[in-house]
Design a protein around this ligand. Structure first.
Ligand code: ADP
Length: 410
């Protein structure tokens, strides 16, 4: 039997999301998640797309080991267990790959050590990713496990975009530089945008706006990332659901010295109590739009600050790229919030940017153009699919199930 299935695992600090794909046609066989791991109120939700059947279980799931065992059991109930001869590999999302990992990589001891060494720059994410990987490897040690890094797509950034203007020795000693995140999404969406334009990725320059709860922009020249808005951590750049994005670093000194806040409190403030949530008490764009429609001034201001920052990045990346073929919106806000897309390009006609009101108002799951037919620069909506991208990269690396793969560290 041919090995054509890939299991994609996204292990967070308190959740595991998974999808099983058949790479013959990139179809989903099963999707699910285990959430609130370590609490009494854990929940497992599993959907077998082969039968359309969804099962839900509530009750404590102690740790990642128990979570992955539960995932394996759920898959087995649909005849898709981890021992299936059709399973070619497991693809793991890993948030931080540092400067080292520019490609998907088959995981061995050396790779595990390197991911562990990166924990100080992504404490929450990499530690959780690592736990998920180790647990899955213990369950299927014979199978190739592939790490697909959120940072990988951004390793092509030139030094002048990747470095902060601080003392080089200190920066190098502590690995302080701009790494960027959401790379799997930026890679997938920029490629799909080229397809939508009927061109090869190396022929087009694209500004990708990944606007989810976390949000980032990237400038992609000929299929390679040349700049992105997130930095050492996913805190830099755009205004996000709960993160501040760009701010004067002196705000931190000020809050510590004058505001009497501890570093941990400031960390929590900027990561969890800022952005749209900090500005108006809501981080869901649907709710913010509803409040704006009711005349809520605080929600309006939060929206305007969000759009102002977005516009600044569009302008900056226009200048970085010199020539722009397309601007593309993706992720929860980018794919669904027509008013955000409209406001982001409003007034940029001189740059060749405009949206067609009717096209922008149409909802859909397919990649689509929303700019007027005669527009100089295409404006597009392309739904992201990070799981498919992880599965595709994993499957490509393991030699389509024939076992010929190599590790980056070998
Ligand atoms: P993440 O993966 O970063 O958690 P998503 O890409 O799933 O985030 O985006 C989630 C966000 O998308 C929600 O917080 C909400 O702001 C926004 N969103 C989802 N659906 C809609 C919609 N129909 N209209 C406006 N915003 C939406």
């Amino acid at each position: 039997m041919s090995q054509t299935h890939v299991l994609v695992l996204n292990s967070g600090s308190s959740s595991v999301k998974y999808q099983l794909l058949d790479m013959r046609d990139s179809s989903r066989l099963a999707v699910g998640l285990v959430e609130r791991i370590g609490e009494q109120t854990s929940r497992i939700k599993h959907t077998a797309l082969t039968t359309g059947c969804t099962r839900e279980q509530n009750g404590p799931v102690a740790d990642h080991q128990a979570a992955l065992k539960a995932v394996a059991e759920e898959l087995a109930r649909d005849g898709l267990g981890l021992d299936s001869p059709e399973l070619a590999a497991i693809g793991h999302r890993v948030v931080h790959g540092g400067m080292f990992f520019s490609e998907p990589t088959v995981i061995d001891d050396a790779v595990l050590t390197e991911i562990e060494r990166l924990i100080p720059v992504a404490p929450l994410h990499n530690a959780a990713n690592l736990t998920g990987i180790r647990t899955a490897m213990a369950l299927r040690p014979d199978l190739p496990h592939v790490a697909v890094f959120d940072t990988a797509f951004h390793t092509t950034m030139p030094e002048h975009a990747a470095r902060y203007a601080i003392d080089t020795k200190i920066a190098d000693r502590h690995r302080v530089r701009r790494y960027g995140f959401h790379g799997t999404s930026h890679a997938y969406v920029s490629r799909e945008t080229a397809k939508l334009l009927g061109k090869a990725p190396d022929e087009v320059n694209v500004i990708v706006l990944h606007l989810g709860n976390g949000a980032s922009a990237s400038a992609v020249r000929g299929g390679r990332c040349v700049d992105t808005s997130m930095g050492l951590t996913p805190l830099e750049g755009l205004v996000m659901g709960t993160r501040s994005g760009d701010l004067d670093p002196a705000v931190i000194f000020h809050l510590e010295r004058v505001g009497g806040m501890s570093m941990d409190e400031i960390d929590t403030l900027l990561n969890k109590r800022s952005g749209l949530f900090g500005l108006c008490g809501d981080n869901d764009m649907r709710e913010i739009q509803r409040r704006i429609d009711e005349g809520d001034a605080q929600a309006r201001l939060a929206f305007d600050i969000y759009i102002h920052r977005l516009k600044k990045y569009i302008g900056a990346y226009y200048a970085v790229l010199g020539r722009v073929d397309a601007i593309v919106f993706t992720a929860g806000v980018g794919e669904n919030a027509a008013p955000v897309r409209e406001a982001a390009v409003m007034g940029l006609e001189e740059l060749g940017l405009a949206v067609d009101g009717d096209l922008n108002g149409v909802h859909g799951d397919e990649p689509r153009l929303i700019s007027p037919a005669d527009a100089r620069v295409a404006v597009a909506v392309v739904p992201t699919d990070e799981e498919l991208e992880i599965a595709t990269q994993t499957y490509a690396l393991v030699g389509k199930g024939n076992g010929t793969y190599s590790t980056a560290l070998a």
